[in-house]
Design a protein around this ligand. Structure first.
Ligand SMILES: C[S@@+](CC[C@H](N)C(=O)[O-])C[C@H]1O[C@@H](n2cnc3c(N)ncnc32)[C@H](O)[C@@H]1O
Length: 293
C-alpha cells in the first residue's frame, strides 16, 4: 500500500470509529512510523509502506480507535517548542500549561542574572521544570513528584534537553523532599498538581480518564485538596516577594484565590487565551513595619 492510500484509509477508519481528531491523528501516526514529516507524507505519497510498517500502522490505528492518546502511541509530545518523551506513567503536557511557564520565565528573568532556585512540584514528564531550565540560563530547579515512574521519564527529558546538571529530581509528597537549608530562598514555585474534582473524573473523555494516571488527575472533593496543603509549605520555602503559581481549571479561580490568606500573600487570577480561569498566582508579602498597627 502506498503512503497516500494508507493516509486516506487510516483517516476513514478513525472517522468511522468516532475519533474526533481523525485527520491529524492518522497523519501523526503515519509520520511516526515512516519518519516522514507532514510534507514528506505528501511529496513521497507514492512510496509503498513495507509490510512491517503497514502492520505497525494498523496496530496503532486500532489502539487509537480504542481511545489511547496519540502521544502515548508515539511516545512524544511537543511542549513550548521542545520535544518531550511521554509514557502512560505521566500526564501528557498540555498547551494550557504554557501560560504558567511563560509567567514563571518572566518572573525569573526580572529577578536578575542569577535567580534564586525554582521548584516544580508534581513535575510529571518534567515539562515545566525542564523548559524553565532550558529558557533561564543558570537556573537551578528542584523537580518533585510522588511517582517514581514519572520521575524516570522526567530524568530522560532533562538529559535530552541538556539540563540534567541543573534539574534535581526528588521523589516525595508535595514539598517535603526540599532540603531545609532552602527555606526562604526559593524564587518561584510552579505547581500543576491534580485539580480535577474526584466526582468529575468519570465524565472526562476516554482518552483522559482511562489512560492518563489517576494520580495526575484526582484533586479530591473540590479539586483543591493538594493546593490547600501546599500553600502554607510554599510560603515557608519562598523568599519574600517570591511567587507560587498554581494551575487550575475553569470555575476554580475564586476558591483557589481564597486559599491564599491576604495577610501573607498578594493573589492574582490569570485567564488563558480562551478567556478561561487557568492560573492563580500568589506573591509572598514582604514584611513591612508600616503594616503593623
Ligand atoms: C497534573 S500532573 C502535571 C504534570 C506536569 N507538571 C505537567 O504539567 O504536565 C500532576 C503530577 O503531580 C503528581 N502528584 C500527585 N500527587 C502528588 C503529591 N502529593 N506530591 C507530589 N506530586 C504529586 C502526579 O504524579 C503527576 O505527575
Amino acid at each position: 500500500m502506498q503512503i497516500h492510500q494508507a493516509l486516506i484509509k487510516g483517516r476513514q477508519y478513525l472517522k468511522q470509529q468516532n475519533v474526533a481528531s481523525y485527520s491529524l491523528d492518522s497523519q501523526v501516526l503515519l509520520s511516526h512510523i515512516t519518519g516522514l514529516d507532514r510534507t514528506g507524507l505528501i511529496t513521497r505519497g507514492d512510496q509503498p509502506l513495507t509490510p512491517a510498517q503497514l502492520q505497525q500502522y494498523e496496530k496503532l490505528l486500532e489502539r487509537r480507535a480504542g481511545g489511547e492518546p496519540v502521544a502515548y502511541l508515539t511516545g512524544h509530545k511537543e511542549f513550548m517548542g521542545l520535544d518531550f518523551i511521554v509514557s502512560p506513567a505521566v500526564l501528557i503536557p498540555r498547551p494550557d500549561t504554557e501560560l504558567m511557564v511563560e509567567r514563571a520565565v518572566s518572573l525569573l528573568r526580572q529577578s536578575g542574572a542569577r535567580p534564586l532556585p525554582a521548584v516544580d512540584v508534581g513535575t510529571g514528564s518534567g515539562a515545566i521544570a525542564v523548559t524553565l531550565a532550558h529558557l533561564v540560563p543558570g537556573l537551578q530547579v528542584y523537580a518533585i513528584d510522588i511517582s517514581p515512574d514519572a520521575l524516570a521519564v522526567a530524568r530522560q527529558n532533562a538529559a535530552r534537553h541538556g539540563v540534567a546538571d541543573r534539574v534535581k529530581f526528588c521523589q516525595g509528597n508535595l514539598l517535603e523532599p526540599i532540603p531545609a537549608d532552602l527555606q526562604g530562598k526559593v524564587s518561584v514555585i510552579t505547581a500543576n498538581l491534580p485539580y480535577i474534582p474526584t466526582g468529575d473524573i468519570s465524565g472526562l473523555m476516554t482518552d483522559v480518564k482511562d489512560f492518563e494516571p489517576r494520580l495526575a488527575l484526582d484533586g479530591g472533593p473540590d479539586g483543591l485538596a493538594l493546593y490547600r496543603k501546599l500553600i502554607p509549605r510554599a510560603h515557608r520555602l519562598l523568599h519574600p516577594g517570591g511567587h507560587l503559581l498554581m494551575e487550575i481549571g475553569p470555575g476554580q479561580g475564586a476558591a483557589a484565590k481564597a486559599l491564599l490568606p491576604a495577610a501573607s500573600w498578594t493573589a492574582r487570577l490569570e485567564l488563558d487565551l480562551a478567556g478561561r480561569e487557568r492560573l492563580v498566582e500568589g506573591e509572598k508579602r514582604r514584611f513591612r513595619l508600616e503594616g503593623i498597627s
